[in-house]
Design a binder for this molecule. Sequence first.
Ligand SMILES: [Zn+2]
Ligand SMILES: [Zn+2]
Length: 394
Amino acid sequence: MSQREWIEKDFYKELGVSSHASADEIKKAYRKLARDLHPDANPGDTKAEERFKSVSEAHAVLSDPAKRKEYDEARRLFASGGFGQGGGGFNPGAGGFGQGGFDINDLFGGGGAAAGDGGLGDIFGGLFNRGAGGGGATRTTNRPRRGSDVETETTLEFREATLGVTVPLRLTSPSPCTTCHGSGAKPGTSPRVCPRCNGTGIVSRNQGAFGFSEPCDDCRGTGSIIDSPCEVCHGNGVTNRTRTITVRVPAGVSDGQKIRLAGQGEAGLRGAPSGDLFVTVRVRPDKVFGRNGDDLTLVVPVSYGELVLGTTVSVPTLEGRVGVKIPAGTADGRVLRVRGRGVPKRAGGAGDLLVTVKVAVPQKLDDPATEALKTYLEAEKASGFDPRAGWAGA
Ligand SMILES: [Zn+2]
Ligand SMILES: [Zn+2]
């Protein structure tokens, strides 16, 4: 099994477990499948035989905590696009990794020359091959490589998001360790080719009638062994680099929106262009305002009397306050529109402010007010008003 296959295969799916499955769940799932698919139980069934091999392969990786961790990490980095999408931007035309039709070599725009394991050796050079010894890493090391896209998130206050803001972003992303230049080996030493798998990262084993291939235990599938690990990256060949950039967030962004900053991702190698930075914006809810597209929403408490007689109330907007006229006889819950006082639009102008009136009922009234209200209710009745006239439940 090549490293490339290792990433392309969904071992969790093979075993029918979730990627969060416990060691126990994995063991159980494997045992059941192994029993069902065992060649002794399915003589002459080549499909079952194939499945049996795949399941065993999946189990070999997932049952080993170290291998599983490495596998998860590689898949996570791959799925997140952390290793660069040659085509740039989100949702590559192929439908993304994991759909079956995605060719790893597409990532580099490489094609022919990069075919085979060379492409993957390039991507995972730091993680798997540790820069030397394994697969085709050495063949491709000198090729320029577009920098990886980077994804990050920032949380804004409601008003910052609606009005636009400039925020500093601290980015931490893996990059080749500068001490060992990505080899993972202490300066002055170098990784040696794993003698057990001869640098392939794979060992074959015969079990009964079958030959199995699985990641080499000695080198954890990397093909090389580091006798004295680099002290800075602990043999990973990768360290986290932190940088701060300033991002101008345009007015009117909404929660969950992604902003693309071209060329702000990881630097390219050997003169290749940088990747892009994608910032997902999170917006904290506001105490006063809500948002509906470009419109701002606001609830204003009013008294019954104010709705009956009409009044003007002062309400906040994003900038300053505005008087909202409530006409006499306005129903509770009605929405009043203040044009142009909503969220600024990118094309110019702004949405509206939608003010909902909501009657606040006094919980306690003093004697004069209570008396006045009683007198009022009698007068209201005498005038012929019946709140439940025409009500279906009457
Ligand atoms: Zn290092
Ligand atoms: Zn090995």
